[in-house]
Design a protein around this ligand. Structure first.
Ligand SMILES: N[C@@H](CCC(=O)N[C@@H](CS)C(=O)NCC(=O)O)C(=O)O
Length: 224
């Protein structure tokens, strides 16, 4: 008689090793899950593109928004924030992100090597990343930065305006990765500001833009 094969015992949450999650779009400034640590840094082999459509968080069926995804590019790096989740945080964050990113956003998960910005950083850290591939039904693909800007300006969804998404990401790159020239991101920002000069980059926080971003919290100037 075959012995009853018990499922492999999953160790209790407290004994599970920490998990790192890399964010390069809204996760950079709106993780909305509990974490134990976070680091600014980059991953190699990918470039950020506003080529994913979104009809929930930053758009609607009538006016889909455009949000960030990653395109494989051997020579490129993408900068963002990696979050460390431990113990009970692991199941809670992955369950939350599965709904937010996969179910509602069309993103798949992948494992990548994250390189922290710290000078004395040792080995790269294995991290989970959410990527929207061309096979997902919301994928919009390439467009000129001007056309992407025009689409972002007229889109908003349940999480807020699509411009907030773009501007806060550009704000993050300017403050935390000033050494990085993200041409695609800043060209879209420039196109938006050329259409709406009131949004030109100022030192004050984004709340200064009356009406548009009134529902958002100040962007944390330090990633404690
Ligand atoms: N996976 C990328 C992009 C994530 C992203 O922007 N996903 C959308 C889903 S369509 C989202 O969560 N939006 C929430 C928001 O816009 O505040 C990241 O790591 O930041």
């Amino acid at each position: 008689m075959k012995l009853l094969e018990l499922p492999p015992q999953v160790p209790p949450a407290s004994q599970q090793p920490p998990v790192w999650i890399f964010g390069y779009g809204s996760l950079v400034w709106r993780p909305d899950f509990e974490f134990s640590a976070r680091k600014v840094g980059f991953i190699r082999g990918y470039t950020r593109r506003f080529w994913q459509g979104d009809t929930f968080h930053r758009g609607s069926e009538k006016a889909p928004g455009r949000v960030a995804t990653l395109l494989e590019d051997y020579e490129a790096c993408t900068w963002g924030v990696a979050y460390q989740v431990c113990g009970e945080q692991i199941a809670a964050s992955l369950q939350y992100l599965n709904m937010r990113e996969a179910v509602l956003g069309g993103y798949d998960t992948k494992l990548v090597k994250f390189h922290p910005l710290e000078k004395d950083a040792d080995e790269p850290i294995l991290a989970l990343v959410y990527i929207a591939t061309p096979q997902n039904p919301s994928y919009l693909g390439p467009a000129s930065e001007e056309d992407i800007a025009a689409q972002i300006i007229v889109s908003s969804g349940r999480a807020g305006h699509n411009m907030e998404y773009l501007l806060r990401l550009a704000d993050f790159m300017r403050y935390f990765c000033p050494q990085v020239e993200d041409e695609h991101l800043f060209s879209i920002e420039e196109a938006i500001v050329s259409i709406l000069p009131c949004l030109c980059h100022k030192e004050e926080s984004l709340e200064e833009v009356p009406g548009l971003l009134s529902r958002t919290k100040a962007f944390p100037r330090t990633l404690a």
